[in-house]
Each structure stands twice: as C-alpha cells, then as structure tokens.
Design a protein around this ligand. Structure first.
Ligand SMILES: *Cc1c(COP(=O)(O)O)cnc(C)c1O
Ligand code: SF4
Length: 336
C-alpha cells in the first residue's frame, strides 16, 4: 500500500494531533475512501445516534472504493442501525449505571474494572457503549480517589483493569500518577490495560508511554482489541514489537461480527497475524445485544462452527476462547 504525502505527514504528528485529525464527518471519510453512500439520509440519522469517529491510521487500512470492506463496516454509520432487532436494547450488560457511581466495576473475584475516561479514539458501531452518555462516565478527581480507596480496602483484589472508554487516552502525567497510586496498594499483583489505541492510533505507543509502563513495579498486561487481520498495518506491528521489547505481555480480544470476521479463513488469519506481531489471541466475544448493532449478530450455532473450524486448523494457543457476557455471572461464559 503506497501512502500519499498527506498520510505520511499526518503519521509524523504527535498522537494527540493525529487524534484531533480523526475523521468525524461522513462526507470527509467517504471522500477519502472514494465511496458514495446509497441511503445518505439513513446514514446521517444513524450518525446522529452515535457519531462517526475514525483516526486516519485505521482509515488508511480500509480498501479504497470497497463498500464491503470489513474495517469500514466497523465504523461507518448505516441504515441497518435504525432497524428493530428483538432483544437488542440500550444497556445490554446492565452495569453502566453502577460504573458511573464509583468508577469501579467489581463483578469477578480478584479483578476489578477501573473506569477513568468515557471516550475512545474510534467509535465502533457494534459497541455496547454506543447508546450511553459517554461524558457522564468521566471521573472527577474525587470519584477517582473514592475508587482507589475502594480497591485499597479490599485485599481480595489482585488485578486492576483499566478500561473505559480507552484508558490510553489519559495523558502520560495522568497515567503515570494512576499507576503510581495503584502500585502503592500491596495486594495488587498486576495492572491490566484494555485499549484499542495500539490498533487504531499506534502513535500513542510513545517512548514516554513505554517508559511509564516498563517502569511499573507490578507487571503490566495489555489487552488490545482487533477484529480483523487488515487492522494490523506496519505502524501497528511496530507498536506491538515495542510493547514486547518493554516486557509487556499483550493479548487480543475480538468480537465476532457478521460481515467483518464471521468466516474461518478470516479468523484463522487474524490469529496468525496477531502471533506474528507478538500478540496472543485471548477472547472471541459474542456480540452484546445493543440497540443499533443487530445487523452484526452471528448466531451461536455459527459461532460454535467457526470455533471448531479454528480448533481444527490452528494450534490450541492460537484459538481464542469463545465467550459471552451474562448479567450476574461469576465470569465471562464459555460458549459451548
Ligand atoms: C471482562 C471483565 C473482567 C475481566 O475478565 P477476564 O476474564 O479476567 O478477562 C473483569 N471485570 C469485569 C467487570 C469484566 O466485565
Ligand atoms: S469501547 Fe472499544 S469497542 Fe467501544 S467504541 Fe471504544 S474502542 Fe470501540
């Protein structure tokens, strides 16, 4: 893939500049990709519900002129989002209200989710947070202290998972401060970061960030979120190898999405490409039933079929666990 001068210039900018230059307008993205949208009024209506946001680093991996591109499908507002799909609602995992209260989500033994920011660098159309008022999750300093106090008071918590939104959208000062505070809590053994930034904005993996993560006295584990091998461009590969050199174990979780990765070849290729880039497949999630994402649903039967196909073609360690989230369960549920 050859890059235009404009792209080369863009990718030499800081991650913050690249982020602020992300596509947020339908016509700008379509112009860049050489696409025309058939049903523009519906696309605009879908966009009103959940606004388009795509960094150029991700958009550059979309095939020009291909309306069925698997990366495009993850980010482009479409008429299907307005359709009614039974069982799909606004808060399918039912815990966002709880998060907003104290910034900690403690559902599983030994692990808590700590939510620091409500925003992401990209807006994924299938996301379970798509209908949630992001800004309300933004934690005040006071709430963050309350969250840290909660973690410090419970010695059964051995792992803190920074989630969001995207925790790597915190700036280096905020992140370093947060890690410092977590490291002072003696019962915490590991700090895990769930982020899509190494994929969609790899420029975020700066020397300074690596120094902060590598300087942590407790091991830092990274879980990225990549759904298709085409997302792993050379900038992403560089980000992964730098994380690896810093001693940070990186796993991937993907969501099984119709029209994106719902065939065995695509899923196997994703696992292979991840491994080549020093990332281990972790989870393959069934879609959360969020309103507006019904057109991404893959049936459980088909998911199991795909899982079996992967098992027959790949070494066991490259087959992600097929899981789903069930309200009230003690862990993610293996789909069997
Ligand atoms: C997914 C999740 C975790 C992490 O689960 P693992 O199986 O350890 O990856 C922890 N807490 C909450 C609330 C979660 O939703
Ligand atoms: S939380 Fe993850 S899936 Fe949802 S919009 Fe952000 S990056 Fe995309």
């Amino acid at each position: 893939m050859t890059e235009h001068v404009y792209e080369t210039e863009h990718f030499s900018q800081t991650w913050q500049r690249q982020l602020s230059g992300a596509f947020t307008k339908l016509d700008a993205l379509c112009g860049y990709l050489g696409l025309t949208i058939d049903d523009l009024p519906s696309a605009h209506a879908a966009n009103q519900n959940f606004a388009l946001k795509v960094p150029l680093s991700f958009a550059a991996s979309i095939e020009k002129g291909n309306p069925r591109d698997p990366l495009l499908r993850q980010v482009l507002p479409v008429a299907d989002e307005l359709g009614h799909f039974p069982g799909f609602n606004d808060d399918p995992v039912g815990d966002l209200a709880a998060v907003a209260e104290i910034g900690v989500l403690h559902k599983y033994q030994g692990r808590v989710l700590l939510i620091n920011t409500g925003t992401c660098a990209i807006n994924c159309r299938y996301c379970f947070r798509r209908n949630f008022p992001y800004a309300e999750i933004q934690l005040s300093k006071q709430k963050q202290q309350a969250a840290l106090d909660y973690i410090a008071a419970d010695s059964s918590i051995s792992e803190v998972i920074l989630s969001g939104g995207d925790p790597l959208l915190l700036n280096d000062v905020q992140l370093a401060e947060l890690l410092k505070q977590l490291q002072q809590i003696s019962h915490i053994k590991r700090i895990r970061i769930h982020s899509r930034l190494p994929i969609v904005l790899p420029a975020r993996i700066t020397d300074d960030l690596l120094a902060i993560l590598g300087g942590s006295a407790k091991p830092v584990v990274m879980v990225v979120h990549c759904n298709h091998a085409n997302e792993i461009n050379r900038r992403v590969i560089t980000a992964f190898s730098r994380l690896k050199r810093q001693g940070i174990t990186t796993f991937n979780q993907a969501v099984l999405l119709k029209g994106v990765n719902d065939n065995a070849d695509t899923l196997c290729e994703l696992s292979e490409r991840l491994f080549e880039s020093c990332v281990i497949p972790y989870y393959l999630h069934l879609l959360d039933k969020v309103r507006g994402a019904g057109h991404f649903e893959v049936s459980t039967e088909r998911a199991l079929e795909l899982n079996l196909a992967m098992q027959s073609r790949l070494p066991g360690y490259l087959v992600p666990k097929l899981v789903t989230e069930r309200a009230g369960a003690a862990s993610k549920q293996l789909v069997l």
